[in-house]
Design a binder for this molecule. Structure first.
Ligand SMILES: Nc1ncnc2c1ncn2[C@@H]1O[C@H](COP(=O)(O)OP(=O)(O)OP(=O)(O)O)[C@@H](O)[C@H]1O
Ligand SMILES: [Mg+2]
Length: 1034
């Protein structure tokens, strides 16, 4: 029977089906018929005019029947597309196979815009879904639709598809210009247009997308204790796509999450699974959550009609046999109606389906391709369904994206991977963005950022998003313990430990309960860590793990990760190697072993804390250790102790220092009760006393080694590298008696810690200890990375400093304002040097205040900052009211003439300033004249440095005059100006009348008289002679 006869024969049933069906279905059929030109516009308007659906259906069938067999064939095609198959099964149509519709969809360039819209009407209706408001706004803005028309179309009584159709109908009525605007908008929205969804599928899509949106809205952390809105905290991670290129290793590129299905990095084009690997906490689950959000909010992945998301951890719990339909509907999202219809759509449109599997490593069983399962309806175990989905045996042509820690990726699985990507965590900018997002209060974000950035170990950790979150979070948490509570590194790492354990045990207990319950695993891992450190071993083979009794369960705590650092070749051979998440985490575990294990005794502790003697070669030592001593062998406690002690000598010094700081922290009163065992507390107290003794002794020995001061100079100590480490250990111990004791015998005038890698963390420790000094010292911290946060950390010890030197320490106005605020109350502090930082005029008010307030202040050096004339003017106000300052250094700023004039005016009557440097400050004639005039009045200034300015010969005339009337200046530095012979002659003449001046620098190699203060006529003559000789050379 041909199509027109079929329709005629089944007319009654067809009318009944269409009449009882939904308006949406009916209109959707009309869309297709219009698109295929089976209906002209008049016919369409006639059929859709409001009347009973059955009567409209009758009219439609009449029209279609009149149009011949081909029209009827296409009509049947549409029916099958739009109406659910179960409704059509009673019709002969159900068995009728209409001829394939020829593909006429490619746009013909000769079509008018309105014709194009009509030709693609079903797709356009779909595309407009969710964008009606935006399109109406656009058309209104361009003057095509009136406000009233927009409101009318957007009435909530219409479904989104109906609104789209009304919009299209009005566009058609308005003409081609309007149609073009709409077409342009549609073209600008990327993505291919999918097949038209029936109402049932649309409903399911809506339900699925709201389910996924709700599921992925909040980010649950490891402990599950806090919910953060993903949108508020999400930061893009570095996603690296690797393309193995044979012998040349891997080419790596970065891509965005939205591009993971793109053509980049395809290794196997027949496979359909994209794998994202990443270490624990690198953001895999969060990235999938973000993908869900993007899809549900229609911001990306819109080629997919349905997205099904599964947590592998949860799939483990499905213990009965299930079919694919059950998996999708019962374990992801249940369709409220017409399940069969929805499922059929899914089966029929696999290219519109995406599956997400999070945490493949968490599946109970390893991937296998042994059991083939192709039936979408036959039940099997859930894992088998997943494995077959991944292989493409089931639901071929769907897209699959899966995340896993690298350890679970086997060679068999790789056969089915289309591509593999690695999530590398946050970039440095990402860390900053994340911390700012987590802390709405910008000043606390700033504090944490400084804290993190200034501490390389922490900053390194923060590239792992999970650590970043913990560090950021726990910093805040620790601060909440009270305003005088200072967090130690041990506090931070213990918090990391706690979060991992809570995540692993899914428990909501506190640290005190969870830690004792996992003590076995901790001891296994910590022994592995210590033995690794002592033999410089950071990557552990399966054998080593076995020997250390580290079980799979211990590994799954998450501190050990699959090792990547081995070379390509060795990783192929030996791909089950593990390493600690981070070297500092290994140190932390080693420290846990040292503090918790009964067999670790005095000599191990001693060798951990003692200063290292120069060894023959640490490499040799570690090599011997590794060869001569198997990684694990059975030993008596004594042997064990001897071995640990000997082997500590082989460990890297920096790692031992970190370990020692953690040991100090873990033994501190704060953490000694970690395991809640009284016997352990006793042993730890003993270890604590030992460590305390070593630290005290080491520091005092260091002090004793300081050579005595020579020839009237003050005693100065240049700290040994170990000094800062010991100080940090004391800080970790949080024992103020120890701090007091440690520095009680320090009798130096100057403590030099230049180039010692001092950042805020070290500043905290330094201040903690140095505040107990008996006598004030000069604290020289030049060329470190103290920063504004470090400054704040130093404040507690500012009163025991008579001078503080902070050259080149990345300090800005903010830090300075805190420093000076505190300095106002510190009567001992007399000198501040801040050469080469980031200071601007904004901080000068603080110094002016300091000058006015502190009448014993002696020296201020602000060279090589960003000060201008305005800043110098403010400073001059302070200078006017100060009569103690002797040294002022402003070298390398830009104070210009205005600044020079202000300073000069302030110094006219000054009675204390001995030395003034205005080198390299853009000073010209006006400033020079003011300074020269100041010399006439000033009676105390001994040295004036004016090199590298723009002084000219005429200015020297003024200086000559100034010098003739001055009796205090001994040194005038004028090198690198624009002064010629003529200018120097002015000076030479003036020197005949000046008996004080001892040297005048004109070239970088200055000419000078006798340096002694004996201002004899004879010496001046020599000086003039030298000057004259120089003039002849010119
Ligand atoms: N892109 C991100 N933006 C903001 N925070 C993130 C991001 N990625 C991860 N995080 C933070 O790190 C935590 C851990 O991330 P996530 O659970 O995604 O890691 P994972 O790689 O799945 O770890 P595991 O291997 O243990 O499953 C999150 O709870 C969140 O606090
Ligand atoms: Mg995860």
């Amino acid at each position: 029977m041909c199509a027109d006869q079929l329709i005629k024969a089944q007319r009654d049933q067809l009318i009944a089906i269409l009449g009882r069906g939904s308006v949406e279905n009916f209109e959707s059929i009309l869309d297709h018929l219009l698109a295929w030109d089976l209906l002209n516009w008049e016919e369409y308007e006639y059929v859709k005019s409001p009347r009973l659906l059955s009567s409209s259906s009758r009219n439609l069938l009449d029209i279609v029947a009149c149009k011949g067999t081909r029209a009827c064939e296409l009509f049947i095609l549409v029916l099958e597309d739009v109406i659910h198959s179960s409704l059509l099964t009673n019709l002969i149509l159900g068995n009728y196979k209409p001829p394939e519709k020829t593909d006429e969809s490619s746009a013909s360039p000769s079509l008018l815009a309105s014709q194009t819209l009509q030709k693609h009407r079903p797709d356009v209706v779909r595309k407009l879904h969710g964008r009606i408001a935006a399109v109406l706004e656009l058309l209104h803005r361009c003057g095509h639709f009136s406000k009233y028309e927009c409101v009318e179309i957007h009435l909530p009584i219409y479904t989104p598809s109906q609104q789209a159709r009304k919009l299209l109908d009005l566009t058609k009525a308005k003409g081609d210009d309007t149609a073009q605007v709409l077409l342009d908008y549609i073209d600008s929205e990327s993505g291919p247009i999918k097949s038209v969804l029936g109402n049932v599928c649309l409903k399911y899509q809506e339900k699925l997308s709201s389910t996924l949106a709700a599921q992925s809205r909040f980010l649950t952390n490891y402990a599950g204790t806090e919910n953060m809105c993903l949108e508020d905290v999400y930061v893009d991670c570095i996603l690296e796509i690797s393309n193995t290129t044979g012998t040349n290793g891997c080419l790596r590129r970065l891509i965005g999450l939205e591009d993971i299905f793109g053509p980049d990095g395809i290794l196997n084009k027949d496979a359909e699974t994209v794998l994202i690997t990443g270490e624990a906490g690198s953001g895999k689950s969060t990235s999938l959550q973000q993908m869900q959000q993007l899809w549900a909010a229609k911001q990306a992945f819109q080629d997919f009609t349905f997205v099904f998301v599964f947590s592998c951890r949860r799939l483990n719990f499905i213990d009965k046999h299930i079919s694919l339909e059950m998996l999708l509907f019962e374990h992801c999202c249940w369709p409220d109606h017409h399940q069969d219809e929805v499922f059929q759509y899914i089966l029929d449109h696999p290219e519109e389906i995406m599956f997400m599997f999070d945490g493949f490593d968490e599946l109970k069983f390893q991937f296998t391709d042994e059991e083939r399962h192709c039936s979408p309806t036959k039940p099997t175990i859930a894992l088998n369904l997943i494995f077959n989905l991944l292989q493409g045996n089931l639901m071929k042509n769907t897209k699959k994206v899966m995340t896993s820690r690298p350890s679970a990726v086997t060679a068999i699985l790789r056969k089915y991977l289309q591509k593999e990507m690695t999530l590398k965590g946050f970039s440095p900018e990402g860390i900053e963005m994340f911390i700012r997002k987590c802390h709405s209060n910008s000043s606390s974000a700033e504090r944490i950022l400084y804290f993190v950035e200034a501490n390389p170990a922490l900053h390194g950790l923060c590239h792992v998003p999970f650590f970043c979150w913990i560090v950021s979070k726990c910093h805040e948490q620790l601060m909440q313990n009270g305003s005088d509570f200072t967090p130690t590194m041990t506090d931070v790492y213990l918090l990391i430990l706690e979060h991992f354990l809570l995540h692993f045990t899914h428990s909501s207990q506190g640290m005190n309960e969870v830690l004792p319950s996992q003590v076995g695993a901790i001891l296994h891992l910590s022994k592995l860590a210590l033995d690794g450190l002592t033999s410089c071993c950071y990557i552990f083979s399966a054998v080593q793990l076995q020997e250390a009794e580290v079980s799979e369960e211990d590994i799954s705590l998450g501190f050990l990760v699959h090792s990547h650092s081995a070379s390509h070749a060795s990783s192929v051979v030996n791909n089950r190697n593990y390493e600690f998440l981070h070297i500092t985490v290994q140190c932390f575990f080693a420290a846990l072993y040292i503090t918790l294990d009964d067999d670790v005794g005095q000599s191990t502790l001693y060798s951990l804390f003692k200063p290292r003697q120069k060894k023959t070669s640490s490499f040799m030592m570690s090599a011997t250790c590794i060869e001569g001593c198997p990684f694990y062998c059975h030993q008596s406690p004594e042997q064990h102790e001897n071995r640990s002690e000997t082997m500590l000598q082989g460990a890297k010094r920096s790692n031992l220092q970190i370990t020692a700081s953690f040991v100090s922290g873990l033994l501190s009163g704060r953490h000694r009760n970690l395991m809640g065992k009284s016997s352990l507390i006793q042993k730890q107290s003993k270890k604590y006393k030992l460590v305390k003794k070593y630290l005290e002794k080491s520091i005092q020995k260091h002090f004793l080694s300081i050579p005595p001061a020579v020839g009237g100079e003050k005693k100065s100590m240049h700290a040994l590298p170990e000094f800062v480490w010991w100080i940090k250990c004391i800080y970790e111990m949080q024992d103020s008696d120890l701090a007091k004791q440690a520095v009680s015998k320090l009798e130096v005038d100057h403590l030099k810690l230049t180039y010692c890698g001092i950042g805020p963390v070290e500043c905290t420790a330094l201040a903690y200890v140095l505040k107990h000094l008996k006598n004030p010292v000069g604290l020289q911290l030049d060329y470190n990375s103290v920063g504004d946060v470090g400054i704040e950390q130093l404040l507690p010890c500012l009163n025991v400093c008579h001078s503080i030197y902070l050259r080149a320490n990345n300090i800005s106005d903010q830090g300075v304002s805190k420093l000076v605020d505190r300095a106002l109350g510190c009567c001992n502090l007399q000198k501040i040097a801040l050469f080469h930082n980031n200071l601007t005029d904004a901080c000068i008010q603080n110094f002016a205040k300091l000058l006015i307030h502190n009448d014993n202040f002696l020296a201020l050096r602000l060279g090589n900052n960003h000060l201008t004339g305005a800043g110098a003017e403010v400073l001059a106000e302070g200078l006017k009211q100060n009569n103690s300052i002797q040294y002022l250094g402003l070298w390398g700023n830009k104070i210009g003439d205005a600044g020079a004039c202000a300073i000069a005016a302030a110094l006219e009557d000054n009675t204390s300033m001995l030395w003034l440097s205005l080198v390299g400050n853009d000073i010209g004639s006006r400033g020079a004249r003011a300074l020269a005039a100041m010399l006439k009045k000033n009676t105390v200034l001994e040295e004036l440095c004016l090199q590298e300015n723009s002084l000219v010969d005429e200015d020297m005339l003024h200086f000559a005059e100034g010098l003739q009337n001055n009796s205090s200046l001994k040194v005038l530095k004028l090198a690198n100006n624009k002064i010629s012979r003529k200018g120097m002659e002015f000076i030479a003449t003036a020197l005949k009348h000046n008996i004080t001046i001892a040297s005048v620098w004109r070239k970088p190699c200055y000419c000078r008289g006798d340096s002694k203060n004996d201002q004899s006529r004879k010496k001046i003559d020599i000086l003039i002679k030298i000057l004259k000789k120089e003039l002849c050379d010119l």
